[in-house]
Design a protein around this ligand. Structure first.
Ligand SMILES: [Zn+2]
Length: 287
């Protein structure tokens, strides 16, 4: 496993300024955050922008094996122009990710609630769970086909438990579709819908070789606080590490910790050292 942080840790700096600070602290592997990816997409053609950005990262010895696809995307929008626009936009994100050589592109499965919001006034009946499933399968079919032959595997983030994600992945039937395990989301699922909950170790063992990416983050069960481990959260870290060892996970051990970023840059630089130590401690548990 390799230590990593998502780049929106330095949300108030340009992508380049942030990456320079990570490099200065010895962090060479990063997840490109949604916000930094959106910034790059706003600069023009994905290929040209990516080439320049990659040169910058190369010079600092930094690599971005993981990235977060559009955070508020909803791939379960009902058929219509809005859905077409959403999927076309995601294809552009995938083009950027491919040009950046990103191996794991994290995406949230679509949900009915956001779909109705995005569609404006809701004149229709809410979509059934089966409809939402079908719309997710259809969209993921389109997106995995678009990404096929390139470097990027789309990694679905939980929300749903591992069984629900695997059912979706199986229905799509694409090789370039995997799972991103968010430890904080699973802790909240356990708290809010105990019938769908599972332990971290169970989730990881069930995801097994479909597990390609991690969002390492903690909370106390009240809300998605996105804390570092051992800062007041309730995630069972020994269980997480045992599970990762059992399935032979060798990817990024990637912190997604917006709850730690509400302080000045200087303080955040110190916290990066703390994150490094915590990762070392956790990986030592794994041995
Ligand atoms: Zn996450």
């Amino acid at each position: 496993m390799h230590k990593s942080v998502w780049t929106n840790y330095f949300h108030d700096l340009s992508p380049e300024e942030g990456i320079r600070l990570f490099a200065g602290k010895g962090w060479r592997l990063l997840e490109l955050g949604n916000e930094q990816a959106a910034d790059l997409l706003g600069r023009g053609e994905p290929e040209t922008t990516a080439a320049e950005f990659l040169r910058f990262c190369d010079d600092l010895g930094v690599c971005l094996p993981q990235g977060h696809l559009k955070l508020r995307a909803n791939i379960a929008l009902p058929p219509g122009p809005e859905r077409d626009a959403e999927l076309n936009e995601l294809k552009r994100w995938l083009d950027l990710f491919a040009a950046l050589g990103i191996t794991y592109g994290v995406l949230h499965p679509g949900v009915p609630h956001l779909g109705r919001q995005a569609a404006g006034a809701d004149q229709t009946e809410p979509l059934s769970a089966q409809d939402v499933f079908g719309l997710n399968v259809d969209a993921l079919g389109t997106l995995t086909e678009h990404a096929a032959g390139g470097p990027t595997t789309i990694c679905l983030e939980n929300g749903p438990n591992a069984a629900e994600l695997l059912k979706l992945i199986e229905a799509v039937g694409a090789e370039n579709l995997g799972i991103c395990f968010d430890t904080g989301h699973l802790a909240l699922t356990r708290e809010r819908t105990p019938e769908k909950g599972q332990t971290d170790r169970e989730f990881i063992r069930q995801a097994a070789d479909r597990l390609r990416a991690l969002h390492i983050t903690d909370n106390d069960g009240s809300r998605d606080q996105h804390l570092l481990p051992f800062e007041g959260g309730k995630v069972d870290w020994p269980g997480v590490m045992r599970g990762l060892r059992e399935v032979g996970y060798g990817g990024l051990f990637n912190f997604e910790i917006p709850g730690e970023t509400g302080c000045p840059v200087e303080e955040r630089l110190d916290k990066l050292d703390r994150a490094w130590e915590i990762a070392d401690q956790l990986m030592a548990l794994e041995e």
